[in-house]
Ligand binder design. Structure first.
Ligand SMILES: [Zn+2]
Length: 415
């Protein structure tokens, strides 16, 4: 059994290496086709990574990293051979490429030669040991690459949000060290001042509260139309346990959703709007709305936001940035919920490249079929709303006597 596990591991590496080779060849063929079709050089290669991502069941961002890895590996023959032979897995090959990405192709080839991963030189080395070996070789060849890496790292500064247990969340900022230290010092100072003045909150609590207050400009942090809670009427009004959905976070327990909705309801600075969203029984699909305008009106945008939740491209979890006409306005596509979809910026861009088409297909829940330049079709079905069945066509447990079920979207905002 152990021999079998090892053999399968080798096979995974070989398959990964074959995927990388094929990705590079596919990129070349797409560029050639685009060149033949008269696409200018700067536009060639568009949509290639997105097609690789769909085929590999990964997000477009991951697809683009995988293609980048594959291309870099062609210039690192020893690393590529080690990957193919199972001496390095896909992740470790990625680490080697990542640590040498700021080098010139010549220096990168030099590092590849020096490490000679295909001779088993990195055998038994873990992720950290591999990173250390690659960095040492890279710095020796190009000491300035440290500075280049720092400049590149600064360009990757960002803020992200991910769920933590017990309805908590991690708000994380990746910052240049001076800014990060300054921000932390400001919070520490505030905590010291508050505690000296008799505040009985802990240091950590004051720092967290101060962070939220300074970022949002409001004590408690609820300002602007920023919370769009989606829950069933049963959960809001009848203490039902059906979880709610908080966009940008995910699923939250019903009791906690009720608390967000109702806390501060008596506060005159905060308004609570309840929008009724009607869904079809069984499929849980939101009931459509129409408009004759070319641009999606605010109500319809909100509708798409609630229905789609994140970008509709399969495996892409990015937030919605564009409200897209599935069949374009120029080709007679109406401005309607049926012909609309939420897409992130990158996916909207990809959809506009030649050879990509999309249509709405009939089904119990809203479905978009996207066809890529190679003729492959991928379906995207709108996610289930709170209280809806996960799988299409499977009716909700208890039959509702009403023809339509209600969902409520709650918005908390300053007037
Ligand atoms: Zn996307």
């Amino acid at each position: 059994m152990i021999d079998q596990i090892r053999a399968l591991e080798d096979l995974k590496c070989l398959a990964g290496a074959r995927q990388a080779e094929t990705a590079v060849a596919f990129d070349l063929s797409q560029r050639q086709e685009q060149a033949d079709a008269g696409v200018p050089v700067a536009g060639q290669g568009a949509g290639t990574a997105a097609q690789i991502a769909l085929a590999r069941r990964e997000s477009p961002a991951k697809g683009s990293r995988l293609l980048g890895l594959a291309k870099a590996l062609t210039g690192m023959p020893h690393t590529f051979t080690a990957f193919r032979g199972g001496l390095l897995n896909e992740w470790r090959a990625t680490l080697i490429v990542k640590e040498t990405i700021c080098l010139t192709p010549g220096d990168r080839a030099g590092v590849d030669e020096e490490l000679a991963a295909d001779t088993g030189a990195l055998d038994g080395a873990g992720d950290k040991a591999i990173i250390a070996a690659v960095r040492a070789a890279a710095y020796r060849r190009d000491p300035a690459s440290v500075a280049k890496r720092a400049a590149r790292a600064v360009s990757e500064r960002c803020v992200s949000l991910r769920p933590a247990p017990d309805t908590m969340t991690y708000l994380t900022a990746l910052l240049p060290v001076a800014q990060g230290v300054a921000a932390y010092a400001a919070l520490t100072k505030e905590a010291g001042t508050a505690r000296a003045a008799g505040d009985d909150r802990s240091r950590g609590q004051v720092m967290a509260d101060t962070l939220v207050e300074r970022l949002t400009g409001t004590p408690g942090g609820i300002s602007g139309v920023q919370i769009q809670l989606v829950m069933t009427d049963r959960s809001l009004l009848h203490a039902d346990a059906e979880p709610a959905r908080l966009p940008g976070y995910g699923t939250i327990p019903a009791a906690w959703a009720r608390e967000i909705a109702l806390t501060g309801a008596g506060d005159k600075d905060l308004a609570l709007w309840v929008r009724r969203l009607y869904t079809a029984p069984g499929s849980g699909e939101l009931v459509a709305m129409d408009s004759t305008a070319r641009l999606f009106p605010a109500g319809l945008k909100r509708f798409l936001q609630v229905r789609d939740n994140t970008c509709r491209t399969p495996y892409c979890d990015a937030p919605i940035r564009h409200h897209d006409h599935i069949t374009s306005w120029h080709h007679g596509g109406p401005t309607s919920a049926d012909n609309g979809q939420g897409l992130c910026e990158a996916c909207n861009h990809t959809k506009e490249t030649p050879g990509w088409t999309a249509v709405t297909t009939p089904g119990p829940r809203h479905t978009v079929a996207t066809t890529t330049p190679t003729g492959h079709t991928y379906n995207s079905t709108a996610p289930p709303l709170p209280g809806s069945p996960m799988r299409q066509g499977h009716a909700h447990g208890k039959q509702s006597g009403h023809s339509q079920e209600r969902r409520l979207a709650l918005a908390r905002a300053t007037p």
